[in-house]
Design a protein around this ligand. Structure first.
Ligand code: PLP
Length: 395
């Protein structure tokens, strides 16, 4: 009998990966399963980015680098923030990590003590609460359902803050909801945060580029420059450039916090892969039109899917602003097919209709499911057909 740590026993394996695995198992047994569980673009990494990596290998850029990333990449990140967000950062306010997830983990490790509280709006990206628990801190979940387009209000934020609150997550556009906060909504949250100077803001901008709302992208330090000194921006190249496997994320924030994140990284993973860093330089400083091609396609699929799902009895969705996810309200469908929970409904859908989705409860909000549209329109049409038949076959 192995006695594992309390730390590891306090968390769950990533539920989104679990669904993908279950769907893969069924596929291997010969079942024709449609997987809408994935969390990565279905596009290939653009060719010029691959070429930069190949060149880096030929040039012998295959050794340890600075722990927090090569100077060229940090400069490319600084240029990106200036160009896209009109935000100024110095090199010692930037750290490059092995994926966005790694940046987040470094931040939580560097900032939180056991007992500290972290505000997490739900539906949330699955890793926030578990990473919070992993460092001994306490997730405080604030619910925002479909009726508020999955965005928390200033009143909810104020009610959730206690004298133990040390961090607040904000993820816009959001995985899993696909909705984004407007500049005005962010200003209203900033108004509350000004009253609580001990709360650090972690803005997860991973889907910044996958956005089609009327308004341009905004994050908290863009609309409330006075809060920049207590905000850490978390982002990366994974989603915007279809580079999930390369493992490059980055963070920007106050010098002291970034230095602490670097210290953690120096004693755990050291630098992210040198070759991937050179690829990321090309991604951030090369021709950005590759993003438009992908975003246009995502939007096209989004529009189809929202419309088609809303026609199915028992399913209700609101249009998103970006990402490649729909967070569908399925409580009526659950009642209709006699599923007590969203997990049960997703299991039924997988066994009966051979469509794999992730239950909303995995993201902290029951009665929903997340569909990823990082797959072709043909596959989406077939999935919709199966879900519609599934709904129609139960009375
Ligand atoms: N943040 C959000 C909201 C995400 O959805 C993801 C990936 O799914 C990440 C961060 C982490 O991205 P990466 O693959 O770079 O670790």
């Amino acid at each position: 009998e192995y006695q594992l740590s309390d730390r590891v026993n306090s968390i769950q394996p990533s539920p989104t990966l679990a669904v993908t695995q279950k769907a893969n198992e069924l596929k291997q047994q010969g079942h024709d399963v449609i997987g809408l569980g994935v969390g990565e673009p279905d596009f290939d990494t653009p060719e010029f980015i691959k070429q930069a990596a190949i060149q880096a290998i030929h040039d012998g850029k295959t050794k340890y680098t600075a722990v927090d990333g090569i100077a060229e990449l940090k400069q490319a990140v600084i240029d990106k923030f200036k160009r896209d967000n009109k935000l100024d950062y110095q090199a010692d306010e930037i750290i490059v990590s092995a994926g966005g997830k790694h940046s987040i983990f470094n931040l939580l490790s560097a900032w939180l003590n056991p007992g500290d509280e972290v505000i997490i709006p739900a539906p949330y990206w699955v890793s926030y609460p578990d990473m919070t628990k992993l460092v001994g801190a306490k997730p405080v979940i604030v619910q925002a359902g479909i009726e508020q387009r999955f965005k928390i209000t200033p009143q909810q934020l104020r009610a959730a803050i206690t004298d133990k609150t040390r961090l607040m997550f904000i993820n816009s556009p959001s995985n899993p909801s696909g909705t984004a906060y407007s500049a005005d909504e962010l200003r209203a949250l900033a108004e509350v945060l000004r009253d609580y100077p001990n709360v650090l803001i972690a803005t997860d901008d991973m889907y910044e580029k996958i956005l089609w709302s009327q308004e341009p992208f905004a994050n908290l330090p863009m609309v409330a420059p006075d809060l920049k000194e207590r905000t850490v921006i978390l982002s990366g190249v994974s989603k915007a450039y279809a580079m999930t496997g390369w493992r490059i994320g980055y963070a920007a924030g106050p010098k002291k916090i970034v230095a602490a994140m670097k210290k953690i990284q120096s004693q755990s993973t050291s630098n992210p892969a040198s070759i991937s860093q050179h690829a990321a330089v090309a991604a951030l400083s090369g021709d950005q039109s590759c993003i438009d091609t992908m975003v246009n396609e995502f939007r096209h699929r989004h529009d189809y899917l929202i419309d088609a799902l809303n026609k199915i009895d028992g399913i209700n969705c609101v249009a998103g602003d970006g990402t490649f996810y729909v967070f569908a309200h399925i409580e009526e469908l659950m009642q209709k097919v006699g599923a007590a929970t969203d997990v049960e409904l997703c299991e039924k859908l997988l066994t009966d209709a051979k469509v794999a989705l992730v239950p909303g409860s995995a993201f902290g909000t029951d009665g929903y499911c997340r569909l990823s549209f990082a797959t072709s329109l043909d596959v989406l049409r077939e999935a919709v057909k199966r879900i519609a038949e599934f709904s129609a076959s139960s009375v």
